[in-house]
Design a protein around this ligand. Structure first.
Ligand SMILES: Nc1ncnc2c1ncn2[C@@H]1O[C@H](COP(=O)(O)OP(=O)(O)OP(=O)(O)O)[C@@H](O)[C@H]1O
Length: 405
């Protein structure tokens, strides 16, 4: 296979390994590191190799908008970095049949000391474009970004929103045949988001190829014509969007089952949550929702710890967060505790939600993703309220309390 008139990108046997310090060996604080060195000044840190991407083979035709989806740490950003040649693959090869523009990491592509104007020309030049060619696009880039007044200001003085808007405008308007965007960075206000999505759609219908890393199911559905679903560095599926999203969603349930085994969960393990429950698994939109966390004891653990939890929607986005510290909840590990975190104003939209629980001191003792799940029923108890007010808009104020036994 090779990238040709038919294919924009061909990847064969692509792999990327990172060398990481063995976790048992990795000091978490400067003091720990110093103590380790004093105890054993000769011994070097041990490393292990970690495969962020394993044996990916795929071919992307021209004119596709490809959503790259997968859970956190699945390798989405690494794949984009390898495809855009920001980082080299450890194994395998990538062939690109055209120039690739990207918006991956804030800081790449733009020189902080140069002005917006100079950076536009620099980016074009880096893509091999002539001055005239860049000039033809210049007006569109400036209009789209809305940073016209600040064109002659060094970009280091830009707000992060201005920076991202200009970076997006440059990536989307310079004439690259392939465009790679990480959604996390294509943020901004809602208006700019809608505008950037529409622009990406135009780019794809123009016959160019878009690669789009996303956690948002809606965005992938709206924008993408195909999807790559990564599961722990492997290509689990490449094909139509609904099937890829179905696999992505079901991975949350599978993962939650695995996480019931404390040995499979991240965190130092010095103290673990024993069980997490919500009492019910279905709630009215407006009902108080309590997460009850049973915690074990660890008499040797010095100092106090706290607990927190995230509520995630089906797309894996965190939509609410509770933290016992905010209401003075610190616990000593000499005895067991049952902590109840209650969210009082969670007017959540109907749908399914998952709960992640974290037990932390200075570092993370236990991180339990998918510790509980619940459903908010579609029933509207306040028919006199319309639309979003009645069903909740998914945003939750940090209004919660805790009780501990
Ligand atoms: N420079 C690096 N050194 C060591 N490990 C790395 C490095 N970059 C990424 N990793 C690891 O590789 C794995 C894949 O990371 P990557 O950022 O590609 O995942 P992702 O799917 O984009 O995740 P997220 O959705 O959280 O952004 C993760 O376990 C990450 O910790």
């Amino acid at each position: 296979m090779s990238a040709s008139a038919a294919s924009a990108i061909v990847a064969s046997g692509l792999g990327k390994s990172y060398r990481i310090a063995l976790s048992g060996d990795r000091p978490t604080t400067a003091v720990e590191a110093m103590v380790k060195r004093m105890r054993n000044p000769v011994r070097r840190n041990a490393y292990e190799s970690f495969d962020a991407l394993e044996d990916l083979t795929f071919e992307i035709p021209w004119g596709e908008a490809v959503g790259i989806i997968g859970r956190n740490g699945a390798g989405k950003s690494t794949l984009l970095k390898v495809l855009t040649r920001i980082t080299a693959p450890t194994r395998g090869r990538v062939e690109l049949a055209g120039r690739i523009g990207s918006l991956l990491e804030v800081g790449t592509g733009f020189h902080p000391e140069l002005t917006g104007r100079e950076n536009i020309f620099l980016n074009g030049a880096l893509l091999g474009m002539g001055r005239k060619e860049i000039q033809r696009r210049f007006g569109e880039i400036v209009d789209f970004s809305g940073v016209g007044k600040f064109l002659d200001t060094p970009v280091k003085r830009y707000s992060s929103g201005m920076y991202v808007r200009l970076a997006f405008a440059v990536a989307a308007h310079l004439d690259t045949e392939i465009l790679a965007i990480d959604e996390v960075l294509a943020v901004g206000d809602a208006e700019f988001q809608a505008k950037s999505l529409a622009k990406l759609r135009d780019v794809a219908t123009d016959g160019r190829t878009v690669l789009f890393v996303s956690h948002q199911v809606q965005t992938v559905t709206a924008l993408c014509t195909s999807a790559i679903y990564l599961d722990r560095g492997r290509l689990a599926y490449h094909g139509d969007v609904p099937k890829a999203l179905e696999l992505y969603r079901s991975s949350f349930e599978k993962f939650a089952l695995e996480q019931q085994d404390p040995d499979r969960r991240p965190g130092s393990g010095e103290l673990r949550a024993l069980a997490v429950e919500m009492g019910e698994d279905q709630f009215e939109p407006h009902a108080e929702k309590s997460v009850v966390i049973h915690l074990g004891k660890a008499p040797d653990l010095v100092g106090q710890y706290f607990v927190s939890c995230h509520i995630n929607d089906l797309n894996g986005s965190v939509i609410a967060q509770c933290d016992s510290r905010l209401v003075g909840g610190w616990f000593d590990a000499s005895r067991e505790h049952t902590v109840r975190l209650t969210m009082r104003t969670p007017w959540l939209k109907p749908g399914r939600y998952t709960v992640d629980v974290f037990v932390c001191k200075t570092g993370v003792l236990d991180a339990w993703e998918g510790a509980a799940a619940f459903e908010v029923l579609p029933h509207n108890p306040y028919p006199e309220l319309a639309g979003d007010e009645a069903t909740g808009n998914g945003l939750v104020l940090a209004d919660f309390g805790y009780e501990s036994e």
